[in-house]
Design a protein around this ligand. Structure first.
Ligand SMILES: Cc1cc2nc3c(=O)[nH]c(=O)nc-3n(C[C@H](O)[C@H](O)[C@H](O)COP(=O)(O)OP(=O)(O)OC[C@H]3O[C@@H](n4cnc5c(N)ncnc54)[C@H](O)[C@@H]3O)c2cc1C
Length: 459
């Protein structure tokens, strides 16, 4: 038996912030790490909206996990979807992209599977209103946003043209607010001189939310400032509004007084609500762990499942003391789990309970405007925007990506130029589909002229 075989095995489910930071913490520990993710990349979700509105390419916000782990001699990456665990046999059960089953033995398990979009029991909305969680979502949104202006340009019927020039967003949290502002900037700045039959600046952006203000978690002062900035940008805000139906041509919304109004909109985007991914329910069932209303796994203050000190749950999929689903919580819990395992295998004193250090939050409103909240300090406007820029550059994974983002931001912020507007109309669904389909020349068929946009997948 060589050294490696005697080492304890750590399996990490998910290569987001929590999983990646746990792997980093274990880099020099005497353990064998297997990181399993159903996607080949680590994604910087906070900049998805910039990918979907043509500022950043997908490569700038998503880095191959293999690349990130190449210097971790004790770590291996596996592209597979975890479906469950066997606690008695200490095995993680997963499915390869080609469909066959895989198993991974573990001594420690770190669950870092994040969350997915929730349509609050209306999953049928997903086909009309893509969410905003993955690169696939961002590219679908890019295609829909820029495609809508094309369809408006060639529409003969004024009602149809106006429908394509109407964009509805559901959810006025940071993602909805950021996207709404960006679409107005695309319409009024980037595209303003490019069309001959429409005025892109006529585009209407409607923002719906059941609460009473956009960016409510930032507090009343910053929330009011955000509402004013959005109004100046031309975003029409419909608060106290519950979306009751979405279809191919628009949505219906119920106001506080119970009246339901229909809005015609060619593009509807969904940025409200999250739910734990299916693997969370499988792990809860196998371990007897409790789940909160969103399906997140409830843990003790050492981030482990009660009676399972070998299973850590970290990041967005963890439920502990109502901590928010933000990058900082994910990074800090990932580091904590990694550190705790490192201490245990090296025989050091057990680590203290997990303590979250809140470093604040920031949201982008428009070029030169953001809001930042750190403890009692609440900032808005240009200074907040500079802080936003600094935070996002520092946390963007990989030096090349940081440099690349700065290079892309320069023309976008200075001259309203968005260079990443390319979209395709044919897509593969899963990685194995890329091998299933023969290229058109080999199969003797022409590529289809119609768009084959897949229905949106949550998470
Ligand atoms: C659009 C958007 C904007 C955001 N903006 C901000 C912001 O400005 N500031 C901030 O702090 N936070 C922001 N967040 C939240 C932040 O991105 C998350 O809190 C953070 O990414 C959580 O990290 P995580 O590691 O828990 O999960 P994730 O980063 O979601 O990673 C989970 C990983 O698990 C994988 N996975 C899931 N299920 C399985 C399975 N069954 N098998 C294998 N792999 C699986 C997924 O593919 C994924 O790679 C934003 C989120 C979104 C969606």
């Amino acid at each position: 038996m060589d050294d490696q075989d005697s080492q304890r095995r750590v399996v990490i489910i998910g290569g987001g912030f929590a999983g990646l930071f746990a792997a980093r913490m274990l880099r020099r520990a005497p353990v064998r790490v297997t990181l399993i993710d159903r996607r080949p990349h680590h994604l910087f979700q906070p900049l998805l909206y910039q990918c979907s509105t043509g500022i950043l390419s997908e490569g700038k916000i998503a880095v191959p996990l293999r690349d990130l782990l190449r210097k971790h001699k004790n770590a291996d990456f596996v592209l597979a979807e975890v479906t469950g665990i066997d606690t008695e046999g200490r095995r993680v059960l997963a499915t390869r992209p080609l469909g066959d089953q895989l198993e991974f033995g573990y001594d420690y398990l770190i669950v870092a599977a994040g969350v997915q979009q929730s349509y609050f029991g209306h999953d049928e909305f997903a086909q009309w209103a893509p969410g905003m969680k993955t690169i696939e979502h961002a590219l679908v949104i890019r295609r829909r946003v820029f495609g809508a202006f094309e369809l408006a340009d060639t529409a003969v019927d004024p009602a149809e043209r106006s429908r394509w020039l109407t964009f509805a967003l559901v959810g006025a949290g940071p993602t909805g607010v950021e996207l709404a502002g960006q679409i107005r900037e695309v319409a009024t700045k980037t595209l303003r001189a490019e069309y001959r039959h429409i005025k892109p600046e006529d585009a209407r952006v409607l923002l719906f939310d059941g609460g009473n203000a956009p960016l409510a978690p930032f507090g009343p002062e910053l929330s009011a400032k955000a509402a004013r900035t959005l109004a100046k940008l031309g975003v029409e805000q419909h608060m106290h509004s519950i979306v009751t139906d979405i279809d191919a041509t628009g949505l219906s919304v119920r106001a506080q007084d119970g009246t339901v109004t229909r809005h015609e909109a060619g593009t509807v985007l969904w940025t409200a609500g999250v739910a734990a991914p299916p693997v969370a329910a499988a792990i809860a069932a196998a371990t007897g762990a409790k789940q909160d209303r969103a399906g997140r796994i409830m843990v003790g203050d050492d981030c482990t499942i009660p009676d399972h000190p070998e299973i850590f749950v970290t990041g967005d999929v963890m439920s502990l003391n109502k901590l928010p689903g933000v990058c900082e919580v994910a990074m800090q819990t990932g580091i904590y789990a990694g550190e705790r395992i490192k201490h245990e295998v090296t025989g050091h004193m057990p680590t203290k309970p997990f303590r979250y250090h809140d470093l604040g939050s920031a949201a982008y409103l428009s070029r030169g405007r953001a809001v930042v909240s750190v403890g009692r300090v609440h900032l808005s406007g240009f200074l907040a925007w500079v802080i936003w820029l600094f935070i996002h550059i520092s946390f963007l994974t990989g030096f090349r990506n940081r440099l690349g983002a700065l290079v892309s931001w320069w023309p976008a912020f200075v001259r309203d130029v968005r260079r990443e507007r390319t979209y395709t109309t044919e897509q593969v669904g899963l990685v194995h589909s890329a091998y299933d389909v023969l290229p058109p020349s080999a199969s003797g068929t022409e590529p289809s002229a119609t768009s084959t946009e897949p229905s949106s997948r949550a998470g």
